[in-house]
Design a protein around this ligand. Structure first.
Ligand code: NI
Length: 174
């Protein structure tokens, strides 16, 4: 396994749509392993392949708290097939927007289909933090960041500050 460099916004690679995976093979399994290692190392709860420069529809998630047993999830070609009418507002952060947080509105409960690491189609229903996290990661696969859900004023402020931090070298650029 290897730790991969995480791309920090603003970056054109984070704005692109990722391609579906044709089949989950050894290469995709290796990517899943590397992404999980990268996510845990960065203390994140989710990571999408475009954040490490791979434009494929691959996501890893673990929403277990520090005092809980880890629950790694690997979702290939995740697709939301149902959402609840109930909306929740939760504070979101992102490894590609380090140290910035904002409240985002999303459906409270969702159902998702995906391929697992043996290329088998699975379906799961999620709510609470897991539902928010899955929707946030699927957004990445469509070139959408959580700041795209907030006001342009707030978005531009965050992106401007990140850009400045990158130029000054206080953020390592992948
Ligand atoms: Ni993110």
């Amino acid at each position: 396994m290897a730790r991969l460099p995480i791309i920090v916004a603003p970056d054109p690679r984070l704005k692109k749509a990722s391609a579906p995976v044709e089949a989950v093979d050894d290469e995709i399994c290796a990517l899943l392993d590397d992404m999980l290692e990268t996510m845990y190392d960065a203390n994140g709860v989710g990571l999408a392949a475009p954040q490490v420069g791979v434009l494929k529809r691959v996501v890893v998630i673990d929403v277990a708290r520090a005092d809980e047993t880890s629950t790694p999830m690997e979702l290939v070609n995740p697709e939301v097939v149902w959402v609840s009418d109930d909306i929740v507002v939760k504070e979101e952060g992102c490894l590609s927007l380090p140290e910035y947080y904002a409240e985002v509105e999303r459906p409270e409960t969702i159902r998702v289909t995906y391929l697992d690491r043996v290329n088998k189609k699975q379906e799961l229903e999620a709510d609470e933090m897991l539902a928010t996290c899955i929707q946030h990661e699927i957004d990445h696969l469509d070139g959408v960041l959580f700041v795209d859900h907030v006001s342009s004023l707030k978005r531009n402020m965050i992106l401007r500050k990140l850009n400045k931090a990158k130029r000054q070298g206080s953020i390592t650029v992948a």
